[in-house]
Ligand binder design. Structure first.
Ligand code: 5AD
Ligand code: FES
Length: 359
């Protein structure tokens, strides 16, 4: 029998934006009691509804290149994997994905890719300008890894609004266990700060249950999020990929992922928080569970169907065979079934809504 009053008191404290000690936060992460888990989720839902009501925002994900110069140990499309059939979408194909997405009701496009040297600043700037010219009422998110500050600035000036760059782990030693020497924790952090300085809405995040991850690492991640205050946080379970050295590691769990979603919602009440594809991959109801735990964003895939199966960061990824129209129909139905509503809007962070609507 757990001390209900103590544990629920911790949730109340979080909801009231009072800081928890490390020990208390550890207790929230680890408490296995079912009633406590439900109490935490209810609090997270209340807070999300206070800021965003029942709205769920859509992001159209365009996986435009699976070339990558990096070799992150956990990632299926890492440079060192010879079994990946590499592709890169043409500008025309990307623009056509956006047009199709627009007709389906998307008002945010996410250009996601590996760190592909083909996409120079010049090529990116020209692409960003064209997307924003064609769809001035849409937000554009980039997720193309680490670049120099000047590069981030050029792309922002060309019209990009948001940038996703997961920090992966806030612990330097853990970062080094997940990445080869060529990648540094310090540079990752530098990039995140540069992006914020420039004015992007920034998203960071980590995998839940990544190899060697401990509760202390998660605690550090939460402290980092509290301190950095990103506008978006992307978290999903780690899922092993058969062509990586972590192929035999266990996947992260749905329980811990949704627990973290709720905690993050309480720590950063206004954050844009997706129920990710990885969460939907480890549990057929994962995305619904994520929404019920405080998530307010879903990211259906808009990539052409013939390349979907080639952008596999992890095994058994869902939605690789579905047309964009089918994905949006399916997502809308899933969201409605749990009492929420997919909306046709840019879905900016509340801090950015007034200043960005006339852009
Ligand atoms: N399992 C789950 N998530 C993964 N990512 C990369 N590889 C995996 C994996 N095996 C996540 C990383 C990256 C994001 C684009 O996808 O966190 O930042
Ligand atoms: Fe893609 Fe359900 S979201 S098929």
């Amino acid at each position: 029998m757990i001390d209900q009053a103590y544990y629920c008191g911790l949730v109340d404290k979080l909801r009231e934006k009072r800081d928890l000690s490390d020990e208390e936060l550890r207790d929230v992460l680890l408490c296995e009691d079912g009633e406590f888990a439900a109490y935490l989720q209810t609090a997270a839902r209340e807070v999300r509804e206070l800021h965003y009501g029942k709205e769920v925002y859509l992001r159209g994900l365009i996986e435009f290149t699976n070339y990558c110069r990096n070799n992150c140990f956990y990632c299926g499309i890492r440079n060192g994997n010879p079994n990946v059939e590499r592709y890169r979408l043409s500008e025309e194909q990307i623009l056509s994905c956006c047009d199709q997405g627009y007709d389906l009701g998307f008002r945010t496009f996410v250009l996601q890719g590996g760190e592909d040297p083909y996409f120079t600043d010049e090529i990116m700037v020209s692409l960003i300008r064209k997307i924003k010219e064609n769809h001035p009422d849409c937000a554009l998110t980039l997720s193309i890894g680490e670049r120099e500050k000047e590069s981030y600035r050029k792309m922002f000036e060309a019209g990009a609004d948001r940038y996703l760059l997961r920090h992966e782990t806030a612990d330097k030693a853990h970062y080094e266990m997940l990445h080869p020497k060529a990648l540094s924790f310090e540079h990752r952090m530098q990039c995140l700060h540069d992006l914020h300085d420039i004015g992007y809405q920034v998203g960071c995040g980590m995998m839940v249950g990544s190899p060697m991850q401990t509760t202390e690492h998660l605690l550090k991640d939460l402290r980092f999020l509290q301190d950095f205050k990103p506008e978006m946080v992307g978290i999903g379970p780690f899922i092993p990929h058969h062509d990586t050295k972590f192929k035999d590691e266990p996947a992260g769990t749905v329980e811990m992922t949704i627990r973290l979603l709720s905690i993050i919602r309480l720590l950063l009440p206004e954050v844009l928080l997706p129920a990710t594809t990885a969460l939907g991959t480890i549990d057929p109801m994962g995305r619904e569970k994520g929404i019920l735990a405080g998530a307010n964003v879903v990211m259906p895939n808009l990539s052409p169907t013939d390349v979907r199966g080639k952008y596999l960061l992890y095994d058994n990824k869902i939605c690789t065979g579905d047309e964009a129209a089918e994905c949006i129909r399916c997502m809308t139905a899933r969201v409605e079934k749990v009492g929420y509503k997919v909306v046709k809007s840019r879905g900016d962070h509340v801090r950015f809504t007034s200043e960005q609507t006339c852009k």
